[in-house]
Design a protein around this ligand. Structure first.
Ligand code: T5A
Length: 211
């Protein structure tokens, strides 16, 4: 595959959407063909799954394994329908969340078996890994405060306890330590422009063929 899969990860409100937008503008200014996508919800089927996953219904809790399987189903469709063909077409794909989210949220956050999640990720992706994953590291309370001050209603997962979000954060820290060549930590508490400059440097370092 000729394209590149660049994933943005982190806890709620870490700034992924903001940075992906800046990164997309910058890469396009270099004449690179970019595609921006996300999980869950990067396909039409995935949009239905996203709504099922993130809408909060007090009287209809989603079982933990059901949640895991829905994220895997979303990913499988996304990989087949969007990621593989666009990588083959040479696109740079900026993807908001991917396999590490499932390890961090369902593995560390929910406490589901990590080996099982690795197997499901393998099945869902056919072992398609990111070329580079940018982990925007911010304190969970900073991220949640950013979201709340933006005036948005928190979704089902965002409404989890602080302890849950801290376990997710620990998941990202452990993943970054385990896969240092694939996952790069960026201090997401810096200004938007400072974070963007750091990401540019990282991409220039990792993607040698950038113009
Ligand atoms: N999930 C997902 C799982 O549990 N398992 C899985 O396998 C997968 C794939 C998806 C949810 O699903 C879960 C994780 C999530 O709970 P989402 O769409 O990814 O949901 O939702 P969020 O992660 O919350 O993404 P958001 O788009 O809501 O937040 P972002 O993208 O991290 O943050 P962004 O850029 O929108 O910024 C949030 C606010 O902060 C400001 C922005 O202006 C905005 O107001 N901001 C900054 N403020 C100060 N300094 C900076 N550097 C800032 N950067 C942004």
């Amino acid at each position: 595959m000729d394209g590149k899969l660049i994933v943005f990860e982190g806890v709620e409100g870490c700034g992924k959407t903001t940075q992906m937008k800046l990164c997309c503008q910058w890469l396009e200014s270099l004449g690179i063909s970019v595609m921006v996508t996300r999980e869950p919800g990067g396909t039409e089927l995935g949009l239905h799954l996203r709504r099922l996953l993130l809408e909060k219904a007090e009287d209809k809790p989603v079982a933990q394994v059901t949640e895991l399987l829905l994220y895997a189903a979303d990913r499988s469709q996304h990989v087949e329908q969007e990621l593989k063909p666009n990588l083959a077409a040479g696109k740079y794909i900026l993807c908001d969340r991917y396999t590490d989210s499932t390890i961090a949220y369902q593995g560390y956050g929910r406490g589901l078996n990590i080996e099982l999640i690795n197997q499901l990720n393998y099945i869902a992706t056919g072992d398609l890994k990111s070329d580079l994953t940018i982990w925007l590291d911010v304190d969970v309370e900073v991220g949640l405060t950013r979201k709340l001050s933006g005036g948005v209603r928190l979704d089902r997962i965002e409404q989890e306890t602080i302890a849950f979000h801290r376990r997710v954060q620990q998941g990202y820290a452990d993943l970054a330590a385990s896969y240092p060549s694939r996952i790069v930590r960026v201090d997401g508490s810096l200004s938007q422009e400072a974070v963007h400059q750091i990401i540019q440097e990282i991409l220039r370092g990792h993607l040698k063929n950038l113009p």
